[in-house]
Design a protein around this ligand. Structure first.
Ligand SMILES: CC(C)(COP(=O)(O)OP(=O)(O)OC[C@H]1O[C@@H](n2cnc3c(N)ncnc32)[C@H](O)[C@@H]1OP(=O)(O)O)[C@@H](O)C(=O)NCCC(=O)NCCS
Length: 168
């Protein structure tokens, strides 16, 4: 990794909302599968981030030179009889891709889940996306395919693959 990157957990969202909104808009403009369609407006993007944190949601951000270049979220299942965390909305700014930062955020997310004593990680990702290689290379196991799950920029519905990993 050429550039110095730090990964931190955000617990007070207000001071990061503008940067995160800009990141989300950039990521959506080039196409992604994280829940939005272009053209996402600034006010909708800000509204999304303002309301993101809660007892079940952990937000990690990757920063280079004090600018946020990526993020990932952990949805911690708080039920007493559950040991699971959903990892979601991994995103890296288009200018910083294919430098290992997505992989780094996934590794940090797994470590964060461990801190909460959660060992079952699961996620889903659009069929055909490079994330499938990323998650497989991190040891996630594909368990199924759900059709018509995610709409792309051209408004075509795509399947998603569901993955899990048990961290010991
Ligand atoms: C998916 C995403 C987070 C990857 O981030 P990244 O920092 O570029 O990923 P990394 O550099 O850590 O790459 C990790 C692995 O992913 C795969 N990968 C990532 N981008 C790829 C591409 N464009 N083509 C092929 N494989 C790719 C490779 O297997 C790579 O491993 P390698 O470098 O050893 O070959 C980024 O492309 C992104 O933000 N996409 C839009 C948002 C999105 O769709 N998120 C997924 C939600 S499930």
């Amino acid at each position: 990794m050429a550039e110095d990157v730090t990964v931190e957990e955000i617990t007070f969202i207000e001071e990061y909302v503008d940067e995160l909104a800009a990141l989300l808009i950039e990521v959506e403009e080039v196409g992604s599968s994280i829940g939005f369609l272009p053209s996402l407006g600034l006010s909708d993007a800000r509204h999304y981030w303002m309301n993101i944190l809660g007892p079940e949601v952990i937000l990690l951000v990757a920063t280079i030179n004090e600018s946020i270049i990526g993020s990932v979220q952990l949805y911690i299942n708080q039920k007493q009889n559950r040991d699971q965390v959903e990892i979601a909305k991994l995103m890296i700014h288009p200018n910083y891709r294919q430098k290992g930062f997505g992989r780094l955020l996934m590794q940090k997310a797994a470590l964060r889940a461990k801190q909460d004593a959660k060992s079952l990680l699961f996620l889903n990702t659009r069929a055909g996306d490079p994330t499938n290689q990323l998650y497989t290379s991190l040891g996630y196991i594909q368990v199924g395919r759900i059709p018509n799950y995610i709409m792309s920029i051209d408004r075509v519905l795509h399947a998603t693959f569901v993955y899990y990993k048990i961290e010991r």
